[in-house]
Design a protein around this ligand. Structure first.
Ligand SMILES: [Zn+2]
Length: 315
């Protein structure tokens, strides 16, 4: 039995997207499910529940796929098929692939969400034409996947690419949850911009964004928009975020000498912010990036699903 489609499962913080994807990257069928703040054991149970529902209510386009790929959150031991942890508070190493292979009779592979997205760029996206690239995600958090000679670099614990904790400002007043000062994630990510807003709004009582102070978070897009209108606090947060993101990109170029850089994620996809970051990349070290910097061309809604499929299609 063989099939040219893959059953893809994209688990995010609050949702699970299941779909069937062709080798070309065409999504044939898909269905979205809600999840929540769950432990790994609860997630596994929920995934099976949803998958059973999917098979029952959506079914397959043609033959039953013989492979399954999953993009999961947290740390994944890809080669042994073990979901090591979601975060420090939710750590219970769980053998996932064996369980699903046995229950559903499909070859199953897993990887983490950022590495899956990098694999999706290589197989379906803007990195088809290069074997040496960096996929950099700047969204709620910051992470990267490095490709060298067509292979994704994983590290001995599969933990490479956690570049959100590279320091971009030694004198920063912002301390990251990892304990260090001036991590790029604490300055340039969506969660970092939001945290800095709450730390600073007291000093800017006239800020156009003051109504957000009553809530728990502020979207990066609102900050960027207010910066465009000349709001001083928004301007400061936006400038710092762009400086941090640009410094990160230039440092990563020095580390891995990529031919191309693909940027993805909700924060960097904002056109004004993207332009600000690119304007800061005008250094001679970028000359080596001969295929340039570009935004991901994959539909952000389905990048995770395509990533999961790319994991499933890996040999
Ligand atoms: Zn950090």
């Amino acid at each position: 039995m063989s099939s040219n489609t893959c059953l893809a499962l994209d688990l995010g913080g609050t949702k699970l997207l299941i779909g069937e994807v062709e080798e070309s990257g065409r999504i044939l069928k898909q269905k979205r499910y809600d999840t929540g703040y769950l432990t790994q054991a609860e997630e596994i149970e929920r995934i099976q529940e949803c998958l059973d529902d999917y098979i029952r209510t959506v079914g397959f386009a043609g033959e039953r796929p013989d492979r399954m790929g999953m993009g999961l959150i947290g740390q994944i031991d890809h080669s042994r098929g073990i979901w090591v942890m979601i975060d420090d508070r939710r750590r219970a190493p769980t053998p996932v692939t064996g369980l699903f292979q046995e229950k559903y009779g499909m070859r199953c592979q897993i990887d983490n969400d950022v590495k899956s997205a990098a694999l999706a760029q290589k197989r379906f996206g803007g990195a088809k034409d290069t074997d040496h690239f960096i996929y950099l995600n700047i969204g709620t958090g910051i992470g990267a996947g490095f490709f060298e000679n067509g292979r994704l670099i994983r590290g001995w614990q599969n933990d490479s690419g956690e570049i959100g904790h590279l320091t971009v400002d030694f004198h920063s007043d912002t301390v990251c949850f990892c304990g260090r000062r001036g991590c790029v994630e604490a300055i340039s990510s969506g969660s970092g911009i939001s945290s800095r807003f709450f730390a600073k709004i007291g000093e800017y009582p006239e800020s156009a964004l003051r109504s957000y102070a009553e809530g728990k978070t502020i979207p990066a897009h609102a900050v960027f928009e207010a910066a465009k209108q000349g709001d001083p606090l928004a301007g400061l947060l936006t400038q710092d975020a762009a400086d941090g993101a640009a410094a990160l990109i230039l440092d990563l170029v020095r580390v891995s000498n990529p031919e191309k850089i693909i940027l993805g994620g909700g924060v960097i996809s904002n056109p004004d912010f993207y332009r600000m970051v690119c304007d800061r990349l005008d250094f001679f070290c970028m000359k080596s990036v001969t295929k340039g910097v570009e935004l991901s061309q994959l539909d952000p809604q389905y990048t995770g699903l395509l990533g999961a499929a790319a994991v499933g299609f890996e040999d």
